[in-house]
Write a protein that binds this ligand. Sequence first.
Ligand SMILES: [Zn+2]
Ligand SMILES: [Zn+2]
Length: 154
Amino acid sequence: MKRNTIQRSLTLEAVQQLKSHPTAEEVYYAVAEKHPTISRGTVYRNLNELSESGEIRKMEIPSGADHFDHRCHDHYHVRCLKCGKVFDLDMEYIPDLEKSVKDVGGFKLSGYDLVFKGICPECSASSGQSAHTGAEKPVNNRKRRDENEKYHNT
Ligand SMILES: [Zn+2]
Ligand SMILES: [Zn+2]
């Protein structure tokens, strides 16, 4: 197990430095940038070990890749529907939310992930214009077409 220690701390370091809730793939690229000999499998295995031991947190995103979080205390997230990035939300943690479940339906609850969704500032800045011009885009074409038709009609 000793021989894995370096790779393990490299993986942990990468998650802590990225701070962006990276996916396993992103962690792998960050590690491989500095240590090209490390294999994808090694990084993935270390990510799993680190999240099992509680040094990082694995966030399972429905219909998306797992993300890894360098912050282990309880907090909530918001995920951008456009770029898929996950950010921390600055909000009070709701204690004992699972206690408000009236009927667990036979489940033994082990916790929950609360992920809000929306469009991040970066994405809304880059798509802000196109969202409004969506209905107006044929204006220029129409004008040109009208002119063409006029030309053909006369
Ligand atoms: Zn985004
Ligand atoms: Zn987080």
